[in-house]
Structures are given as C-alpha cells and as structure tokens.
Design a protein around this ligand. Structure first.
Ligand SMILES: Nc1nc(=O)c2c([nH]1)NC[C@@H]1CN(c3ccc(C(=O)N[C@@H](CCC(=O)O)C(=O)O)cc3)CN21
Ligand SMILES: CC(C)C(=O)C(=O)O
Ligand SMILES: [Mg+2]
Length: 262
C-alpha cells in the first residue's frame, strides 16, 4: 500500500507518528521505502552531501529534477517530497514552473522554504493539483540572510509571527508544514494549532513526523553533526537495520529526545 497525503493526515488524526528520510538516488530510495519509512524527501541538502557544497544555494532545478527521477525509480510505496531549490519560488510564476518540473520528475508533493508570503503560490499550486509542504523556521536557502544556521522563533515576537504564518499557510491550502530548528515549545504549539501534519527536524517529539538527512543518521556526513542528529548506525548491523531502527524510534516517540531539541 502506497503512502499518500491522506495516510499522513489520518496518522495525525489518530495521534500516530510518521517517519521521513532524505534520499537522492534509486538504490537508497529502494532501501528506505522497503524499510517502511513513510516519506522520502529529495532534499536540496544534496548540495551538501552529494555535491560537497557548503550550502544549498548552488543547487539547481535541473539537478533536483534529475535526483527526483532517480528516487522515483527506486521507490516502492513511500510518499516522495521534492525540494524547490533556491529562488525556485521567488515569484508565483517561478513556483508553478519549478513545481511542474518536480512533479513531472516523479514527486508526489513539493516543499517550499518560506513563510506567510508563500500563501499565494500555495493556493495556486493546490488549485492545480500540487500538494505543498511549507518549510518554516530555519530555512537553509536563506543562510546568507539569516547570518548562519541558527534556531528561529526564540523571542516572543518571532514566535507569534511563526504561529500566525502556520495558520495562514494552512488556510491557503498547504498540505503539510515542516519546522526546522524551532524551539520545542513553539513547535508543539504550532503542531497543535493546525490540522495538517507537521514534520520536525530540530523541533519537537510532539510534531506529527520527523525527518533527518540520511547521511547524518548513518554517521557519514563530514563535520560536526547538528544538535538534532542521531547516528542510528552505531547500534545497527547494516544500513537497512539503521533505517528500520529510525522508523521504530520515530513511531514510538523515543526519537527525538530532549538532547536533540532546542
Ligand atoms: N547534512 C546535512 N544535514 C542537514 O540537516 C542539512 C544539510 N546537510 N544541508 C542543508 C541544511 C542545513 N542544515 C543545518 C545546518 C547546520 C545547523 C546547525 O549547526 N545548527 C546549530 C544551531 C545553533 C543554534 O543554537 O542556534 C546546532 O547546534 O545544531 C542546523 C541545520 C539542515 N540541512
Ligand atoms: C533538512 C531537510 C528538512 C531538507 O530540507 C533537506 O534535506 O534539504
Ligand atoms: Mg531542503
């Protein structure tokens, strides 16, 4: 049985969690979907882990479409979400163009980084049959504007603004939200405030789903891992077992723990 947006919506209603991992090629896509991971994110983090870039800014739409095709060929039943890359949603027209390319490459949903200002694009995409996940909090494509990879929504004003943006995007027809590096308490409030599924990374165990970059949870990313990363390879005998352990940990809410949150 394939996972659809309705599957994840129902999980939220039933108080059940769901798991998401990134993949960029057919081989890992197959292993991840066979391990029972609910959704695969073709993340623009491929800039970091595949291309060796120091940010996601250089990643192009053509590259995202290529990796989405590869992932779609290997997938067996997980929901495929593809990242719209840097500037791909700068205008409504561009958002439509980028999302068309990713859906035609095999995505089931697109993810756009931004905030309340995405409402117009989301409405139009939704009207044309493209479900959208809105990525809020730390939006890595804006690393140069944010002045680094930092937790977002720490003060009262920015927290209120993020909660309000979540409501606006749900109203505009967003199918899902993703919160990255958002304090646990605010993440919990947002998850409870909306009826659409909320995915967390560096957010809260109270979110409806969790995502990690595959290379991070296998412990093979270069450099110091971010606070929200757990290496699932240390207690696993092989890669498929690490994927299954992650899936179980997300579903039984043992991951993320306090030490992975802000
Ligand atoms: N391998 C990889 N994993 C990722 O999770 C990831 C990428 N690449 N590339 C794109 C973005 C960049 N991301 C990042 C990168 C660094 C931090 C980081 O170092 N965060 C600090 C928070 C500091 C604070 O307290 O404000 C941390 O300590 O975790 C967070 C997200 C998430 N994404
Ligand atoms: C870190 C996740 C949420 C992402 O956007 C990516 O992998 O590109
Ligand atoms: Mg991304």
């Amino acid at each position: 049985m394939s996972v659809t947006i309705r599957t994840l919506q129902k999980r939220k209603q039933d108080g059940e969690k769901f798991s998401v991992l990134t993949a960029y090629d057919a081989c890992f896509s197959k292993l991840i979907s066979e391990a029972g991971i609910d959704a695969i994110l073709v993340g623009d983090s491929l800039g970091n882990v595949i291309q060796g870039q120091s940010s996601t800014v250089p990643v192009t739409l053509e590259q995202m479409a290529y990796h989405t095709e590869c992932v779609a060929r290997g997938n067996s039943g997980s929901l495929i979400i593809a990242d719209v890359p840097f500037m791909g949603a700068a205008t409504v027209e561009r958002a439509l163009e980028s999302s068309t390319a990713l859906m035609q490459a095999g995505a089931n949903m697109v993810k756009l980084e931004g905030s309340a200002w995405l409402a117009e694009s989301i409405e139009l995409l939704n009207r044309n049959g493209i479900p959208v996940c809105a990525h809020m909090g730390l939006t890595p494509q804006a690393v140069n504007a944010l002045g680094g990879y930092r937790v977002q929504g720490k003060d009262d004003d920015s927290a209120t603004e993020m909660l309000e943006a979540a409501r606006i995007l749900e109203q505009a027809g967003a199918a899902m939200l993703l919160l990255e590096c958002v304090p646990r308490e605010l993440s919990t409030r947002i998850t409870q405030a909306v009826n659409i599924p909320v995915i967390g990374i560096g957010a809260a165990p109270e979110c409806d789903g969790q995502v990690l970059v595959m290379h991070d949870m296998l412990g093979i990313s270069p450099g110091k891992p971010a606070r929200f990363v757990k290496n699932f390879m240390t207690d696993a005998s092989d890669i498929p077992s690490a994927f299954k352990a992650y899936h179980e940990a997300v579903l039984n809410v043992s991951f993320p723990a306090e030490e992975h949150c802000f």
